[in-house]
Write a protein that binds this ligand. Sequence first.
Ligand code: HEM
Length: 132
Amino acid sequence: MTPQQVRLIKESFAKVAPIADRSAGLFYARLFDIAPELRPLFKADISQQGRKFMATLTVAVASLENFDQLKPGLRALARQHASFGVRAENYGPLGEALIWTLQQGLGEAFTAETREAWQAAYAAIADTMKAA
Ligand code: HEM
């Protein structure tokens, strides 16, 4: 991620933060549309799960310029995910649902450049988790 990409991610995330709850709802609806086979993995209340996911994303976005410091936490999260039954190939649909949700929340503000920045950030997060 370039410093410009980090800036774009922070600016765009700040715009969706006020609608985080609604975005999380849209996000899971989209995820289960794309990959219905993932629905049974989620046992807990999905709106609570949405808040946990957004909280993790908030921390990750805030620390993007120190990505190395995020890695130990992401690795621990990934091992927990393996025990939930999550597999490496499941990270793709989740990334797609995330990009789609940002597009819904941001509309025209979700420029091609901002999309690329988010794709780079999600790839960095997902690659770290998959490697663990
Ligand atoms: C950027 C990547 C991801 C982040 C930041 C993330 C974040 C989280 C967090 C914070 C939790 C809550 C853990 C806890 O309760 O202690 C969680 C749980 C979970 N995540 Fe993820 N996750 C990611 C990717 C995925 C993927 C790819 C899947 C695939 C389906 C997935 C499925 C789940 C499931 C099934 C749970 C447990 C929910 C339950 O117990 O009902 N996550 N995730």
